[in-house]
Design a protein around this ligand. Structure first.
Ligand code: CO
Length: 188
């Protein structure tokens, strides 16, 4: 897909939407969901949920990881909860995640490896269960799910989420996985 193509497709899309749509859009945003997902190009949150601009506040990184010292993520959380008053936070991973696969393999000395290294803690913590799965693809799939659940736990440890829960702000955390093979989004 060339840049020229991107611009052309954009113009087509813009003219399909009409004036009212953009008048609404330019007035401000009121998304009801924060989506924390993988950067993988095959998992675009708007497309797979048939959402429109303004519906979903989005944060994506490799393997949908949550660290409570990641300033990028913390700003997103703070803005979502305190300003946008979002109550539903989705952590969405996907089967076939390259970041998860890399964590199953030997350590490399690059930035990606530093980023995904924490997934290896999830592998050790669930060693017994994972060792029982002899099929490598099933093992990979299960680790994708375990990673999502681990990130939900990490979310709960973030100060802004903790405070919101303490103040009874009713924050709902949803672990979801996307299946590339059939396009389904599943609750795990
Ligand atoms: Co991925």
């Amino acid at each position: 897909m060339s840049i020229k193509n991107i611009i052309l497709k954009n113009r087509k899309w813009a003219s399909s939407k009409g004036k009212d749509f953009f008048e609404n859009l330019s007035e401000g945003q009121n998304p009801s969901i924060l989506w924390i997902g993988c950067s993988d190009s095959r998992v675009p949150p708007d497309t797979i949920t048939q959402s429109e601009p303004g519906n979903i506040f989005v944060h994506r990184n490799i393997a949908n990881l949550i660290f409570n010292d990641d300033l990028n993520l913390l700003s997103i959380l703070e803005y979502s909860i305190n300003v946008l008053k979002i109550k539903n936070i989705i952590v969405c991973g996907h089967y076939g995640c390259g970041g998860i696969k890399a964590a199953m393999e030997k350590q490399e000395s690059n930035n990606i490896d530093k980023w995904i290294n924490n997934i290896r803690k999830t592998i050790s913590a669930n060693k017994e269960e994972l060792d029982l799965i002899t099929n490598e693809t099933y093992k990979w799939d299960r680790l994708v799910e375990l990673n999502i659940l681990e990130q939900i736990n990490n979310l709960k440890k973030c100060e802004v989420v903790k405070k919101a829960i303490e103040k009874n702000k009713k924050i709902f955390l949803h672990p979801l996985v996307f299946d590339l093979k059939n396009g389904n989004l599943l609750h795990i």
